[in-house]
Design a protein around this ligand. Sequence first.
Ligand SMILES: [Zn+2]
Length: 151
Amino acid sequence: MGLERRRTLECMGYAVEKSDDEWRAELSKAEYDVLRRAGTERAHTGEYTDTKTTGVYRCRACSAELFRSDTKFDSHCGWPSFYAPLAEDRVEYIEDRSMGMKRVEVRCAACGSHLGHVFEGEGYGTPTDQRYCINSISMVLEPAQEPAQGS
Ligand SMILES: [Zn+2]
């Protein structure tokens, strides 16, 4: 009864659900194309590719916290790269066989928006040997408010 129903809801939906029309109205055309249509921004064009600012990267569609700047690293691939999400429950993984490749798509677990892809075993010297290759346009950086350390 009650429990059955709750289980179904948990399996089916995202915490943030909006119709396609609502997303179109809220997001710019470029944001919509990446977040809701799984597009990819062109390499080396994104706002956060080389950003070193300390802070938290939130989902541009729903503001869920996704990545922390301390897991961001220089992959030189042309997109912001992280070696881990802020927490495993912040993202979900979907097998993507488009473009003749087998890749793992990364989506926001709260709203289902497309973020990018995750690759592993590439030999980057990071703790996880994974590269979360994320579109800048899928995120908004919230700089940390802490006072400057050390002096
Ligand atoms: Zn989201």
